[in-house]
Design a protein around this ligand. Structure first.
Ligand SMILES: Cc1cc2nc3c(=O)[nH]c(=O)nc-3n(C[C@H](O)[C@H](O)[C@H](O)COP(=O)(O)O)c2cc1C
Length: 175
């Protein structure tokens, strides 16, 4: 069975609706490890060896975050900068992530219709997540379909709960 690691990056989970619900739901799955970056590193000081070891122990790596300025919250960017090092994640000797799977799980304030040509955000999520796709490519990981919930401001509690179930289903899917 695939070992899945969900790396959650939300700077204020206490105030979160969607990412908090997703995290609390996924934690109930005994075969999925949830790793909350802002909880682990409140000072922003990332333990690179620990993070690299976690990655080695899993086959499917998932970044879960709220969309902030068309990208991830900053600690997840810092994580990429310090954890995905030359000679480890990329470069001729940097083969540690090769053959793994990589997935994004993103909540956006803007609705789906805003993310297209002619919409208020102009570009699709597939276009805006290209840096993540390129990172998966460079590190030899297969980029899986993204789990997305958009226009989250307008969700009812029931819709939020349903989205958490859909997320678990998506996480366990064979692509
Ligand atoms: C600093 C900041 C930047 C944001 N940037 C975007 C954005 O670029 N696009 C978007 O659709 N929503 C944006 N949002 C809205 C968040 O994506 C939305 O509030 C979040 O997905 C809700 O999830 P949560 O309930 O887990 O906090 C932004 C919110 C904040 C606080």
């Amino acid at each position: 069975m695939k070992k899945t690691l969900v790396i959650v990056a939300h700077p204020n989970l206490t105030a979160s609706v969607i990412n908090k619900t997703w995290k609390e739901r996924v934690i109930q799955e005994t075969d999925i490890i949830v790793h909350d970056l802002y909880a682990k590193y409140p000072d922003g000081n990332i333990d690179v060896a620990y993070e690299q070891q976690l990655l080695l122990e899993h086959d499917r790596i998932v970044f879960q975050f709220p969309f902030y300025w068309y990208s991830s919250p900053s600690l997840l960017k810092e994580w990429q900068d310090v954890v995905l090092t030359y000679g480890w994640a990329f470069g001729s000797e940097g083969t540690k992530l090769r053959g793994k799977e990589f997935m994004l799980a993103i909540s956006t304030g803007g609705p789906e219709t805003a993310y297209q040509a002619g919409g208020s955000n102009l570009f699709s999520m597939s276009e805006l997540t290209k840096p993540f796709q390129a990172t998966a490519n460079l590190t030899g990981m297969r980029f899986l379909p993204t789990f997305m919930k958009q226009g989250v401001r307008y969700f009812t509690n029931e819709e939020v709960r349903e989205s958490a179930e859909a997320f678990v289903h998506h996480l366990k899917n064979n692509y």
